[in-house]
Design a binder for this molecule. Structure first.
Ligand SMILES: [Zn+2]
Length: 318
């Protein structure tokens, strides 16, 4: 098992082999790409290669470190690493909260136990809430020479600029359909088709969706900035016109837009005067718990009402 485990981004794989074998890899990297870029697998292979005792830039699969990284497989065939110097973070219920960042802080405090390094891999960094991102930023600001951070994301625009500026960014290309089929050619075609469509769907955006996103962003901006009630009615009309199945997505898109606006405000040069007090975090937490509720099939009309209140109260909280 090594970088050859999945298709695509071959030049980047070669680059990483070189950086790892020469020990010139940056201590904090961010891999950005959609679900068909295999970024999470890529990130895990980097973590393995960093730990491998042979030190040739890719994992050998045979040394003690590689064996511990490959760990045990669960019922679904997922690898559960059991290396004491490796910490993998994945969102819980779609969110990474501050208690997880405290776990990271604890993990990095002591020197590696058997490897030369400690590696922290955070999947879907964009799911880390703002409070947790601020705490994580403090960790990044005080690096330990033995710790490496590997972050992945498909939505780089909700990560704080202060974090982005402290990591080295790599953009992973989506694997083409031809390469995908060629690489996994031992699988039946219908399974591959399904897998490819499923992987392609969440992140592929059509022209029409892009227009909708722009419209939504401009409506939401007016509500947030001046509490414009007419725009809120416009938003409600859009919501009502949707089928039941699309309402959850719509609510999540609105919440995503609000989070982006918050990020813009916090990252702006004038943000030093901003007072990120308890009131702000309370507001932000409400937004996030609402986001979770949209995934649980709770009455979407009720959720829209709650969201409307949050939108109208935005300028009072930030
Ligand atoms: Zn090895």
């Amino acid at each position: 098992m090594s970088f050859k485990r999945f298709p695509g981004n071959w030049e980047l794989k070669e680059l990483f082999k070189k950086l790892i074998s020469q020990d010139t890899i940056s201590q904090a990297i961010l891999l950005s790409g959609d679900s068909l870029s295999f970024k999470d697998g890529f990130a895990f292979e980097i973590a393995k290669a960093l730990h491998c005792e042979r030190g040739n830039g890719d994992s050998c699969g045979e040394c003690r470190n590689c064996k511990l990284m490959e760990g045990i497989k669960d019922e679904d065939g997922n690898i559960i690493p059991s290396h004491p110097d490796f910490l993998k973070i994945v969102p819980e219920k779609d969110i990474i909260k501050i208690d997880i960042v405290r776990e990271i802080a604890k993990f990095i405090r002591s020197r590696p136990m058997i490897s030369r390094k400690k590696v922290v891999l955070i999947e879907n960094m964009d799911r880390m809430n703002i409070e947790a991102q601020n705490a994580f930023l403090k960790i990044l600001e005080e690096p330990h020479f033995y710790v490496h951070y590997i972050l992945t994301t498909s939505r780089i625009d909700t990560i704080l600029d202060t974090i982005i500026s402290r990591v080295q960014k790599f953009y992973l290309k989506r694997v083409s359909k031809a390469e995908f089929f060629d690489f996994f050619k031992e699988f039946p075609e219908d399974i591959l088709n399904h897998a490819f469509e499923k992987g392609a769907f969440p992140d592929s955006v059509s022209e029409e969706e892009l227009e909708e996103e722009k419209l939504l962003s401009s409506i939401v901006s007016k509500i947030l900035e001046i509490g414009d009630k007419r725009s809120l009615i416009e938003l409600r009309d859009l919501f009502i016109s949707l089928s039941r199945d699309s309402k959850g997505d719509f609510l999540r898109n609105v919440i995503f837009t609000v989070k982006r606006k918050i990020k813009e405000k916090i990252s702006a040069p004038s943000s030093e005067n901003l007072n990120l007090d308890d009131k702000f975090f309370e507001y932000y937490n409400k937004l996030e718990s609402l986001e979770t509720d949209t995934l649980l099939n709770i009455n979407s009309n009720l959720l829209f009402t709650t969201l409307s209140d949050l939108l109208l109260n935005f300028h009072r909280n930030l």
